[in-house]
Ligand binder design. Sequence first.
Ligand SMILES: O=C(O)CCC(=O)C(=O)O
Ligand SMILES: [Fe+2]
Length: 342
Amino acid sequence: MTVHATPPNVVRNTPNLDCIDFSGETPYGDFRDDIVQNGYAVVKGVITQERAEDYVQQFHQWLEDFGLGYKRDDPSTIKEECLPIIHQKGLIQAYGAPHESFTWGVRSEPGVIDAFAKLFNTEDLIVSFDAVNVSFPNRRDLPELKPWAHQDQDPERPGFRCVQGLVNLNPCGDNDGGLVVLKGGHRISQEYHDTFRDEEREFRWTNEMYLFKETGLEWLKEKGYEWVKVNAEPGDLILWDSRVPHYNAAPKGDNVRFVVYTCYAPVSTATQEELLQKKALFENTKGHSHWPQGFQPFVEHFVAPKRNGELDPLNTWKPRKAPVLGERAYKLTGIPYIGTTA
Ligand SMILES: O=C(O)CCC(=O)C(=O)O
Ligand SMILES: [Fe+2]
């Protein structure tokens, strides 16, 4: 087996999930049918439109409170000098974003947790301390975002092992920035990797991410698979099987993209060591990748934002407004399960 990342990010085998029957013989009558068929689903209205709008305003407030000049009603302030440093793909992993109050607010929404509880047939869940996404339209100061087709699961470890999610907060139509998926791509993932096993891969910070190349994309196209931009309304939850090739597209319309990534798993899929690591990350307001078990803390060297070549002093790795977690949300940290067998 070729090692494509440096330890400690070559990670363990997480268990295969058995909560969904992918044979198609079990009709669920809900979003799970879409996951079986297409590898992704839009779960409508897990948050009310009013609450989604409230989170949008909290995002704006957060951006304004950096004190760099951004003003939500002034498009001329949509530029790097007026904003925290935002990755070209819209990701914000630093600045304490994984533990900001609104990030936890979205993760703790009953409708979001309920969707995952239904998917996994359990209330005993943990959630990822992952990034948020802020993608402004018309950012001429960022390079053009090209499709970056990838899957977030180690090709050496096939099978259904992770469901990723995001809560969409602003309208997201054809012209708006958002998730683009290869519809049904989970079905061909194993055959794909059997075919491309010996193709040289690019270095990634983790072996849990695989970037497709033109050769592979052409092969998938010849097999009849097509890319679909996933549209959603404010308050919708988008779910996708991590085997599904995907990327995000930059906005072309007028709407800003505000998204919180929400990835949950049964706590039974995490080891006690992982829960202890999650506790340490939580207490130090540190983030980690989409894997809810938290075995991949963000590598700060890679994600520390730089402004004009210097580390941005506004990044303290702490949220500006600390979250207040209710009982159900606190369980999602995994901490209450330390020393138990849940
Ligand atoms: O922003 C998105 O829609 C997807 C980003 C992504 O690739 C991920 O969260 O794994
Ligand atoms: Fe991804």
